[in-house]
Design a protein around this ligand. Structure first.
Ligand code: NAD
Length: 487
């Protein structure tokens, strides 16, 4: 079972829920004429009504970010840094509200994943606030000096998904603002509340227009990607939407960072200490109920250990409790929305209809009130099966047997995705040699899901374009500008 962190559920959360959620435009909290319902996926009850920003309000938000850019980009780095640190403190003061709201709208367990997502996000904001891009001296001779500077881009449009709305939202805000840009953010219509709350917190700290939040439907996203006053789109979501974003962003040659889908393999070689790593691999696949871009989605295990491995994996997995994330007993929460739940119903049906061997779970009980899906393990389905080829984004994992490493590597790479992967072996050199052959933006050897402020993260192939985090991630929010001086 997962370790529990003590969480104080603030009585304030009821006040937060009854409080009207507002857009943040030009430093003010604004109502919208229309609202939309936000559901708790554990009960399918409406927990709040979120403002559905109009196209005119999106225009206003972009115009205010454009006005704010003049002062914000000219502000000294130290001053911007101090304001972002103040923001981190203000988020910290509301972290229990943010975590409880995250569980209510997203479903992930409060005592484990929700509080750790919020804490990780705040840590990120603090650390990024003190990063800067130094001036690079390219040439310094008696006659000539060449310097490389990085200048802000202008207004950045941020579009976020529903699986990690707090972490992925703040991952964009902190580097965007510290490098001198302003932002308009549009959260997923499935999980707008936490974003509106951290937006309202920001409204008390940053100058008007520096950070605007407009919730509403997908068309607002398209309005941003087409808008001539937005210089860059920082997008996290599916590969299908990422392609649309890139297409409509071409109108004014917007800069793009696209963090898209994945179908990450984990490879367990015969010499791995495989019994010891089962808990790690379980959480790497099933954490957030599999709704994770870098979840292990294909587990390749050497044929000599495959049968025993599956048995032990099932033994570990079978007692996991799927339920309402507000309960401290819950290990895995519900599927966040009905659209994703429907996709999983179809995938489970295909797995059953094709007669693949189910080692655990396999049946979704549709009579339950919440969007609950059982932990499911499919034993050695064929490589061409949907469960191996598609990104399920749910708690279902194929464990695939392999004999020949060459064959396994070609299967691992035979996908449009290239987000991340991991290799598990007691032979470090062999692990590194295999890692070098995997087509993915991140490959871990004998560890997984390690991230760092200074470690670039991004996908190869159709898993994305550009990176977040690290020096490269910061540079992604800037233009390169070469200065040359004749001495
Ligand atoms: P999605 O693509 O359906 O939606 C993402 C966002 O795009 C939402 O805010 C949505 O409103 C907006 N949107 C929809 N249509 C749009 C359009 N035409 N123009 C502009 N914006 C539009 O993705 P999702 O279902 O919210 O998220 C799940 C996907 O995100 C999975 O594929 C997952 O792997 C991926 N993901 C990737 C990463 C990463 O870092 N690579 C991280 C998390 C999630």
């Amino acid at each position: 079972m997962s370790a529990q962190i003590e969480v104080v559920i603030s009585k304030d959360i009821h006040r937060v829920l009854h409080h009207q959620f507002c857009l943040v435009i030009d430093g003010e909290l604004r109502e919208a004429e229309q609202t939309f319902e936000v559901f708790n996926p554990a009960t399918n009850e409406v927990i709040a009504h979120a403002p559905s920003g109009s196209s005119a309000q999106m225009e206003e938000a972009i115009a205010s970010a454009k006005r704010a850019f003049v002062g914000w980009s000219a502000m000294q780095h130290e001053k911007r840094s101090a304001l972002i640190l103040e923001y981190a403190d203000a988020l910290e003061a509301r972290k229990h509200d943010l975590a409880a709201l995250l569980t209510l709208e997203q479903g992930k367990p409060l005592h484990t994943m929700a509080i750790s997502e919020v804490e990780a996000a705040i840590f990120w904001v603090r650390e990024v606030a003190i990063r800067f891009i130094p001036i690079e001296i390219i040439e310094d001779t008696e006659e000539h000096l060449v310097e490389l500077h990085h200048t802000p881009l202008g207004v950045v449009g941020a579009i976020t998904p529903w699986n990690f709305p707090v972490l992925l939202g703040l991952w964009k805000i902190a580097p965007c603002l510290i490098t001198g840009n302003t932002m308009v953010m549009k959260p997923s219509p499935y999980t707008p509340l936490t974003t509106l709350l951290f937006g309202a917190i920001a409204a008390d700290i940053f100058p008007a227009g520096v950070l605007n939040i407009v919730s509403g439907d997908n068309e607002l996203g398209q309005q941003m990607t087409e808008h001539p006053d937005i210089s860059k789109i920082s997008f996290t979501g599916s590969t299908a939407t990422g392609k649309k974003v890139m297409q409509s962003g071409a109108s004014n040659l917007k800069r793009m960072t696209l963090e898209l889908g994945g179908n990450d393999p984990a490879i367990v070689l015969s010499d791995a200490n495989w019994r010891d790593i089962i808990p790690t691999l379980f959480w790497a696949a099933f954490g957030n109920s599999g709704q994770w871009c870098i979840a292990v989605k294909r587990l390749y295990v050497h044929s000599t250990i495959h049968t025993e491995f599956v048995q032990e994996f099932v033994n570990f997995a079978k007692d996991m409790k799927v339920g309402d994330g507000m309960s401290s007993e819950t290990d895995l929460g519900p599927i966040q929305n009905k659209m994703q739940y429907g996709k999983l119903l179809s995938l489970f049906k295909d797995t059953k209809d094709k007669g693949y061997k189910i080692a655990l779970g396999g049946e979704i009980d549709e009579s339950l009130t919440g969007n609950f899906v059982p932990v499911t393990i499919v034993d050695n389905p064929p490589e061409e099966s949907r469960i191996v080829q598609e990104e399920p984004f749910g708690p279902i994992l194929p464990i695939i047997s392999f004999d020949d490493e060459e064959d396994m590597i070609s299967r691992v790479n035979a996908t449009q995705f290239g987000l991340a992967a991991s290799v598990w072996t007691s032979d470090r050199d062999k692990g590194i040699a295999l890692a070098k052959r995997i087509e993915a933006g991140t490959v871990w050897v004998n560890e997984i899901h390690i991230h760092g402020i200074d470690i670039p993260f991004g996908g190869h192939k159709q898993s994305g374009m550009g990176v977040e985090n690290g020096h490269e991630g910061l540079c992604g929010f800037t233009n390169s500008k070469s200065y040359m001086f004749k001495k």
